[in-house]
Write a protein that binds this ligand. Structure first.
Ligand SMILES: Cc1ncc(C[n+]2csc(CCOP(=O)(O)OP(=O)(O)O)c2C)c(N)n1
Ligand SMILES: [Mg+2]
Length: 535
């Protein structure tokens, strides 16, 4: 007896469910309604958001918080162009985001008939981001592409994936049945010769320093052992933040942009860079980071191993496993940190340069930190307080602070936090955005209100595009286009069905974040920057 027919749309949903997707963020339209036929029959939850970009960001937040792939459904044309920014953000930060889109009917593709939602080359537009982007023409294509998409999502360096399916194909019947795709065994183990070469280098090292990125964020225990044995320093990127407790005496934290850290990196005679791109978005200087000593790179991405930072030794392998093996084999020696002092001394040098405004923001970050439980998570936006928070918000574990580092997209924090809260409802999740950036996606307060999600949204209100104004001033440009009219944020919150409150000092910020974490539904907490004082 042959299996009953299904539509291709149903086959897509069943395949996602069979591969661990339990939530889809999206906005349906007439082109993709076949993705919604029986969507809930497999227990896949649909979250209706208020813009496709938000669907992408919410799925991104879901994936970052949970560590599992997450999905968004969008329509052809405008649905796709709207979600592109979130897709690019996920690509640059290696987030496993799956986007399933429709296209117009197959017969019309590439013919400029002027059909609804037409794009000349929809897949090509997405492919320009550099990520996996496929287009199906048959049910078999859908099965093949989804298998390949999940391989990309689950790869040791995960990346987002995009699949488009013509609307007439979505409605077609198929005998295909969902499969749980096999996944590989992860990244390769390091070659013994490579590790031996690194150990020889380390045996001679007088001033060793380790730089850790998101690719090594689970290697905390090994790193502690390694930097303690070497008496060296550890620096992390934003994606590697918290890999080791930031109060550890070896940990300079996420301080790559600051001169004292860059000086230590220049002074180091061996630098081990593991699971990091050493990218400009972490270093915040347009020039290359100066590395004075020998460079060891541990990575699984061949592109990275061939980039502008030429390594003396390359370990093309799983970063965590490599660091574990190095930590177990390295001979312990005293020296550099004993002489050059604990991380706290270097942090004091960094912070001695902080302006009064920066110190006021630092006090606000400390107040936020005090109100968020140890297992809580902050999703931050492109705002001055978050650039400082990358360094100054102290974390003890990885995955406690997220920032749209790679692509730098305004409007990320609120929808990403929403997605994270849906993934992990029992966890304290907070969004932190600027007054301008929050309005790119403020409508997601509606979704949070509708779902009664406990979600504090802290808006750092300096009544300006503050960073850009500072950049113009620093460049000798008379500021133009950097002050905009703001809404009454507390009233805006009320209009969206959220609670709203205004605070002007660190103590009230802590208090209101705590209260918001105890209240069902979202709370917009407007922090009036001008009223905050340096301690
Ligand atoms: C989508 C997008 N558009 C423009 C920018 C450039 N940009 C970066 S920060 C910023 C100003 C943001 O203002 P606000 O959210 O109030 O943060 P502040 O710098 O004042 O703390 C702008 C326009 C960007 N990063 N992303
Ligand atoms: Mg601002």
């Amino acid at each position: 007896m042959s299996a009953p027919f299904w539509t291709v749309g149903r086959f897509v949903v069943e395949t996602l469910a069979a591969n661990g997707i339990d939530t889809v963020f999206g906005i349906p339209g007439v082109h993709n309604i076949e993705l919604y036929r029986g969507l809930d029959s497999k227990g896949v939850r649909h979250v209706l958001v208020h813009h496709e970009q938000d669907a992408g960001f919410a799925a991104d937040g879901y994936a970052r918080a949970s560590g599992r792939p997450a999905a968004a459904f969008v329509i052809s044309g405008p649905g796709v162009t709207n979600v592109l920014t979130a897709f690019a953000q996920a690509y640059s930060d290696s987030v496993p985001l799956l986007i399933v889109a429709s296209t117009p009917v197959r017969a019309s593709l590439g013919k400029r008939w002027g059909v609804l939602h037409e794009l000349e080359d929809q897949r090509g537009i997405v492919a320009g981001i550099g990520a996996f982007a496929r287009s199906a023409r048959s049910a078999e294509d859908v099965a093949d592409h989804l298998r390949a998409a999940f391989a990309t999502l689950r790869a040791p360096r995960s990346r987002p994936a995009y699949l488009e399916i013509p609307l007439d194909l979505l409605a077609e019947e198929t005998h295909l049945r969902p499969v749980r795709f096999a996944s590989g065994s992860g990244a390769p183990a390091p070659a013994e010769d490579d590790l031996r070469a690194v150990l020889e280098l380390l045996a001679e090292a007088q001033r060793p320093l380790v730089i850790i990125g998101g690719g090594a964020r689970t290697a905390g225990a090994a790193l502690r052992q390694l930097v303690e044995a070497l008496d060296g320093y550890l620096v992390t990127t934003i994606a590697g933040k918290g890999v080791l407790d930031e109060s550890h005496p070896a940990n300079l934290g996420t301080s790559l942009p600051y001169a004292p850290t860059q000086e230590l990196i220049r002074a180091a005679d061996v630098v081990i860079a593991a699971g990091t791109e050493l990218s400009e978005t972490d270093i915040y200087t347009p020039t290359r980071l100066a590395i004075g000593g020998r460079l060891v790179r541990i990575d699984i991405d061949d592109n990275k191993l061939a980039d502008q930072y030429a390594a003396d030794i390359i370990v093309r392998a799983d970063a965590r496993q490599s660091l574990e093996m190095l930590a177990a084999a390295v001979r312990s020696h005293r020296g550099w940190r004993a002489a050059a002092g604990p991380a706290s001394g270097h942090r004091a040098r960094i912070e001695a340069q902080f302006s009064e405004g920066t110190r006021a923001r630092q006090a606000a970050l400390a107040a936020l930190r005090a109100a968020v439980p140890a297992a809580g998570v902050v999703f931050s936006d492109m705002t001055q307080i978050a650039y400082l928070g990358n360094y100054s918000y102290p974390t003890a574990t990885p995955g406690a602070w997220f920032h749209p580092a790679g692509y730098g997209t305004l409007g990320y924090a609120l929808p990403a936090a929403l997605g994270a809260k849906i993934a992990q409802p029992a966890r304290a999740i907070v969004a932190l955005a600027g007054d301008f950036g929050v309005q790119f996606t403020a409508q997601e307060l509606l979704t949070a209100a509708e779902l009664e999600l406990t979600l504090p949204v802290v808006v750092w209100n300096n009544n300006a595009l503050g960073q850009i104004r500072a950049d113009m001033r620093a460049a000798g440009i008379t500021p133009i286009g950097v002050v905009a009219r703001n809404p009454d944020f507390v009233a805006l919150a009320a209009a969206y069905g959220a609670a709203g409150v205004r605070v002007g000092n660190a103590e009230s910020l802590s208090k209101e974040v705590r209260a918001a974490l105890a209240r069902p539904g979202p709370t917009l907490i407007e922090a009036v920057a001008a009223d905050f004082r340096a301690p």
